[in-house]
Design a protein around this ligand. Sequence first.
Ligand code: ACO
Length: 327
Amino acid sequence: MKATITATAKYLPKRVLSNFDLEKMVDTSDEWIRTRTGIKTRRLVSEGQASADMATEVAKILLERSNTDKNEIDLIIIATVTPDTMFPSTAARVQHKLDAQNCWGFDLSGACTGFLYALETGAKFIESGKYKKVMIIGVDTMSSIIDYTDRNTCVLFGDGAGGVLLEPSKNNNGIIDSILGIDGAGGDSLILPGGGSLHPASADTIKKKMHYVYQDGKTVFKFAVKGMADISSDILKRNNFTGDDVKLFIPHQANKRIIDATAKRCNIPDEHVLINIDKYGNTTAATIPIGMDEAVSDGTIKDGDLVLTASFGAGFTWGSMLIRWGK
Ligand code: ACO
């Protein structure tokens, strides 16, 4: 039995932060940001809005689009590195806001690969036969952990949420294969150092700005370019597909140059590659489901299409997945 995506949804907060706005905040330029990353604007939450709020908007749309009653949901998995609180989980908050009475759920931390980790996890619950309706939501409020005086990171990230409903496929569509990996040796290159059990929040951790994202962009870039290209080409090869078979490649949106290099390696033409980094920046766990929803909403992907998706992120973590779209 295969698990398949039966509904998609996204939520982007209304507030827009443009490259021109950032020019007024740090020593940067629209030209630098566009040419080095592909980003023009990103969205930010409003005062008081947090990850569970965005995830709940996504969950409500998923219920509506799939004609599902909230009490039919069996499991909610939330991929995030910016939970509202360390505990209770964002999943618990979303369950409560939805008033879904018959489910359980948990948060999963996989940074930019979090959504693919969660999709694989959810698929296994469906394949077990015990679970029929699993919500997978990727959400991140990156603005809550970004230092808006650090030009190395503040230009890159945005806030947002996206999600899917996973159900057993009636027609053998769905997730065909996945490659997932982790290597903690890359940990220090992209990290939120403070606030956890290693460096609990204190006046000192705040003074040292350890509650903000630190990234060694060059190192991450080097591993991401090779990593994403390798796993995308490997998953095609081992399933006897080529880039020509891919109707849409939905890559994680961290840097347009990483995406272009991966597409080139897999011989996937530009018109079959989803790019929305220009509008939203890097929304961490949310980029791939936001991309899926855009592609479904505008008719780019239809039942029967082969979709390739891939990601690389903090950890390091990485993943690629092949999906035959349809119920
Ligand atoms: N504006 C202007 N100049 C800048 C800016 C900025 N916003 N940011 C950095 N610079 C400067 C640097 O200080 C450096 O100056 P220097 O040479 O005088 O020191 C110069 O620009 C070049 O910096 P590089 O690091 O060489 O620039 P690069 O081409 O590598 O681009 C970037 C930087 C965009 C961060 C890139 O390295 C990148 O995309 N890295 C990977 C990001 C990624 O994939 N992250 C993983 C996913 S995120 C997650 O999992 C949460």
